[in-house]
Design a binder for this molecule. Structure first.
Ligand SMILES: C[S@@+](CC[C@H](N)C(=O)[O-])C[C@H]1O[C@@H](n2cnc3c(N)ncnc32)[C@H](O)[C@@H]1O
Length: 357
């Protein structure tokens, strides 16, 4: 499983006689938060000067212990730093080297928001993740520390980043030729892209940082604030644009959905049998308007109910044009030996008189 360092309690500072202490509680867990990392691992808690990502003021090793569920720690910063605006970065050695080599870390590090080394207030329950892409640009993703489905990062989103990197490489592997061809065409014209159920926006924002495109990120109202925040932090390549909008699969499409999309992205959205019914219908309506649209669905298999989505896609006359399994970053442990994968399905609609409505 990919492991995520998460704040269970975001940092809180406390001014002492000689030190300013930063207290926090973290966990090392999966995207669902349903299992904890089962081995000891050395982590580092860095107190970093705000707006100076390399300005580490103070660094303290901390140790995650196998079979624990939470790690409570206090970083004792020298008192001379009192009042400085800082961030707390909790990381693993492995995450730092993955960042340097432009890979997705096996243990994702986490950045708190900015707080002053002074008062006793706890920082907001929102954190940042940074992932380096194959072209060295960095996706900066804010996510919430709570349990919201829309407002944090999921494994399949990381799988998309690997998929994009491979599709952009000089020798894309079999099973991704359609996307590789679209990426090539983006050198001469901007791709028109729609993402459904974008969540925090990691997939679509990464795409805009890699290829020239106009991308519309859509989700429910609930996700719009975090999406807007992440769009503000995005660094699209020259010529790319990123916007967000509410699009509920259960509502009928409005005119803005009439754009002729080259590509529709769907990441980790098929798990709910009730909503996947509406998702397939939304895809059917969009693809009927623009039959050449390529639909790329990526997900991590979690339940047998996931199969319902695929059965519904077949019934709605979608042909699977390519499939590919992407291995996700993984640390082999006694309790976790299977390499997790994100599964990808590229679809095109087969038009029949019935669905040419
Ligand atoms: C597991 S999250 C995946 C988020 C993102 N695609 C990712 O991979 O990180 C599923 C997303 O589907 C969205 N979603 C669920 N039902 C929806 C609906 N009826 N209309 C639009 N989006 C919906 C949720 O709000 C959530 O953001």
């Amino acid at each position: 499983m990919v492991q995520y360092i998460r704040f269970l309690r975001t940092p809180q500072s406390d001014v002492g006689k000689k030190t300013v202490d930063v207290l926090a509680v973290v966990s090392v867990t999966t995207d669902l938060g349903d299992a904890f990392f089962s081995e000891d691992v050395e982590l580092v808690a860095n107190v970093v000067e705000a707006n100076s990502p390399h300005g580490v003021l103070y660094s303290q090793p901390i140790r995650w212990q196998a079979s624990s569920r939470a790690l409570k720690f206090t970083v004792h910063c020298p008192g001379k730093y009192v009042s400085r605006p800082v961030r707390l970065h909790v990381t693993a050695k492995e995450a730092d080297s993955a960042y340097q080599s432009l890979e997705i870390p096996k243990i994702l590090d986490v950045w708190s928001c900015i707080f002053p080394l002074s008062n006793k207030q706890r920082t907001d329950p929102i954190v940042e993740r940074r992932i380096a892409l194959s072209n060295k640009s960095v996706v900066k993703m804010w996510e919430e520390t709570g349990d919201s489905i829309a407002r944090h990062i999921w494994d399949a989103g990381l799988g998309f980043l690997v998929y994009f990197a491979q599709a952009l490489s000089t020798s894309p592997v079999d099973g991704m030729s359609m996307l590789a061809a679209l990426f090539k065409s983006s050198k001469v014209r901007r791709l028109r892209v729609l993402e459904l159920g974008a969540g925090c926006g990691i997939v679509g924002i990464a795409l805009a940082q890699l290829v020239k495109c106009d991308i519309l990120l859509t989700d429910l109202e609930d996700a719009q604030e975090i999406l807007a925040r992440n769009i503000r932090c995005a660094s699209p390549v020259a010529g790319s644009t990123v916007r967000s909008e509410v699009l509920d699969w259960a509502s009928s499409l409005d005119d803005s959905s009439n754009a002729n999309y080259d590509l529709i992205l769907v990441s980790d959205c098929i798990y709910n049998p009730d909503s996947s019914l509406h998702l397939v219908e939304t895809l059917r309506q969009l693809a009927t308007r623009t039959p050449e649209t390529l639909i790329l669905v990526g997900y991590k298999r979690r339940h047998t109910e996931d199969d319902l989505f695929f059965a519904r896609m077949r019934k709605a006359n979608f042909d699977t044009v390519e499939t590919l399994n992407i291995p996700l970053p993984h640390i082999d442990t006694d309790q976790d030996v299977d390499v997790p994968t994100a599964e990808f399905f590229a679809y095109r609609i087969r038009l029949s008189p019935e669905n040419q409505r």
